[in-house]
Design a protein around this ligand. Structure first.
Ligand SMILES: *[C@@H]1O[C@H](CO)[C@@H](O)[C@H](O)[C@H]1NC(C)=O
Length: 231
C-alpha cells in the first residue's frame, strides 16, 4: 500500500516537474538596451528603422524611462521619455526641449507575456552552458501584429522579440526584430526617472501627440500604439 502511494506521489511530482512553461511577468525592476531593426513599407517605399532604446522599468515605484536613439530611414529620432504613473505625468525631452504630457494610461502596465500566449519551445542560446530561454507565440499584439518573444527560463527577463504586422494605417507591412542587450535587474541610478529642471513646458491632455511607441509588445502597451512611425 505504502509503495503504491509513494509511486503515485512520485509520478505526480514527475508530472508537475515536466509541466510546460507558462506565460510570465518580468521582475519588477530591470534595465536593458533594446537593439532594434525594423523594415516596413509606406507609400510603396521600403523604409528602415534601426537603433537603440535604453529602457528602465520600475514597477515597484511605477516609473519608466526610455532613451531612444533611432534612425528612421535617415531621419534621426532622439527622444528621452520619462513616465511617472504616480503623478500621472509623461516627460518627453528632445533637442533640449522638455514637454510635459499626461501619462498614456492611468495605471502602469505590468510587463508580462499575455496569458493567451502559447508556449512554443525551450531553447538554449549560445552553445553548451548558454542561456536557456522559453519562446512564446504572440497573437493580436495591439490588434495588428503577431510574432514571438523569448524570455529567460529562470527569471522571465526579455531576450529577443520578432513582430510582424500586415497593415497599420498607411503602413502596409512591417517586420521588427529586437534584442535586449545588457539586461540587469534593479535600477542602477533612480535619477534616470527625474525630469529635467527647470520644469518642463506643460501641454495638458496632449499625450495623443506622442508620435511613436517603443518596439515591443510590452512597451507598446505602455504608450498605447504599435511601434511604427505615425503619419
Ligand atoms: C540612417 O539610415 C540611412 C538609411 O535609411 C543611412 O543611409 C544613414 O547612413 C543612416 N544614418 C546614420 C547616422 O546611421
Amino acid at each position: 500500500m505504502y509503495a503504491v502511494v509513494l509511486a503515485v506521489t512520485a509520478l505526480a511530482l514527475v508530472g508537475s516537474g515536466s509541466a510546460q512553461p507558462q506565460p510570465c511577468c518580468t521582475p519588477n525592476q530591470w534595465e536593458a538596451t533594446m537593439v532594434e531593426a525594423q523594415g516596413y513599407v509606406q507609400n510603396m517605399q521600403p523604409k528602415t528603422l534601426v537603433g537603440t532604446i535604453e529602457v528602465s522599468y520600475d514597477f515597484d515605484n511605477k516609473k519608466m524611462a526610455f532613451n531612444q536613439r533611432l534612425n528612421n530611414s535617415g531621419t534621426p529620432i532622439l527622444v528621452k521619455v520619462i513616465i511617472n504613473y504616480n503623478e500621472g505625468k509623461m516627460y518627453s525631452i528632445s533637442g533640449g526641449v522638455c514637454t510635459e504630457l499626461d501619462a498614456p494610461t492611468p495605471d502602469m502596465p505590468q510587463q508580462c507575456i499575455s496569458a493567451g500566449a502559447m508556449f512554443e519551445r525551450t531553447m538554449r542560446l549560445g552553445g553548451p552552458g548558454g542561456l536557456e530561454v522559453n519562446s512564446f507565440g504572440l497573437w493580436n499584439v495591439q490588434g495588428v501584429a503577431y510574432g514571438t518573444a523569448q524570455m529567460t527560463s529562470r527569471d522571465c527577463l526579455p531576450v529577443t522579440e520578432v513582430l510582424i504586422a500586415e497593415q497599420t494605417g498607411q503602413v502596409l507591412g512591417s517586420v521588427q526584430a529586437i534584442i535586449f542587450d545588457g539586461v540587469t535587474t534593479g535600477i542602477k541610478d533612480p535619477s534616470v526617472f527625474d525630469p529635467p529642471s527647470p520644469p518642463c513646458n506643460s501641454i495638458p491632455d496632449a499625450h495623443h501627440q506622442e508620435s511613436r511607441s517603443v518596439g515591443t509588445p510590452f512597451f507598446q502597451r505602455t504608450l498605447g500604439r504599435f511601434a511604427i512611425p505615425v503619419f
